[in-house]
Ligand binder design. Structure first.
Ligand code: F6R
Length: 256
């Protein structure tokens, strides 16, 4: 794993966008794995800027999102479908029929999950997956558990995740309690992964992800086993790391 420590959120977003641009320039028909939440918003803004400058096109790309809430319509203001429209898709030229997000209102969620994995496989697997991290160490909505869930599945959201995500809803009782999420195997099969973390509330999860045991109780720890992860972490999220001790295990770049 490469670890790039940056000063702040803006720098994290810019560096992540650069990796994304490199991916799209190298392989315009890349299969992109996308995330929602506060963390990637700045990166999406940068990507829109690169797109508007004519540096990149999404015309040949395909995108698969990590997750979606169960039980809210895609047009709901807090659905992840709507998030992607608002934060990226309406601004760039990614064809509508190559914007994939699991449907949280599908009649049969098991079928939806299964078909989602089939669609990813048919597209050739994910070239570049972007991940945020939950305060509890979740990636996608793979919550801490006693085992890793391999494939796209229905998940019961953790109390902490519901609390954390209630900031987007007018009332905590409106936060869905279930979601569909890509599984750990699908994420781990991505050829390249960028993990982004900003803010001191992520410090504990980042410390455990990098220094702790590989365990489904801290799902992001599985990334220690992936051959091509770049973690871009701001100083606050990195505040609990013993950087010198980690240099044995990781390639680490720190701010100048
Ligand atoms: C979002 C996702 C989640 C978030 C995580 C961090 O699609 O899969 O794992 O990345 O909950 O959320 P933020 O960025 O809002 O702190």
């Amino acid at each position: 794993m490469n670890i790039i420590i940056v000063n702040n959120y803006e720098e994290m977003s810019r560096k992540a966008a650069h990796l994304f641009v490199a991916q799209l320039l190298n392989k315009p028909d890349s299969v992109l794995g996308l995330a929602t939440g506060s963390t990637p918003v700045g990166m999406y803004k940068e990507l829109i800027r690169f797109y508007n400058e004519g540096m990149i096109t999404f015309k040949y790309a395909t995108a698969f999102n990590l997750d979606e809430y169960v039980g809210i319509e895609k047009e709901h203001p807090q659905s992840y479908w709507q998030f992607m429209q608002d934060n990226l898709f309406v601004e760039v030229d990614l064809p509508f029929d190559r914007q994939f997000i699991p449907s949280g209102t599908a009649e049969n969620l098991e079928d939806e999950a299964h078909n989602y994995d089939r669609r990813i496989a048919k597209a050739g697997g994910i070239d570049l997956q972007v991940l945020g991290i939950g305060r509890n160490g979740h990636i996608g909505f793979n919550e801490p558990d006693l085992k890793f869930e391999a494939r796209t599945h229905v998940v019961k959201l953790d109390e902490q995740t519901i609390q954390d995500n209630s900031r987007f809803f007018s009332n905590i009782s409106e936060v869905p309690t279930l979601a569909l999420s890509m599984g750990v195997k699908t994420i781990m099969q991505s050829r390249n992964i960028i993990l982004l973390a900003s803010g001191k509330e992520k410090g504990d999860a980042i410390q455990k992800m990098l220094s702790g045991n590989i365990t489904p109780e801290l799902p992001a720890s599985v990334l220690q086993l992936h051959p091509s992860v770049t973690a871009i972490i701001d100083l606050e999220a990195a505040s609990r790391l013993d950087i010198e001790a980690l240099r044995d295990q990781y390639k680490i770049v720190t701010p100048k």
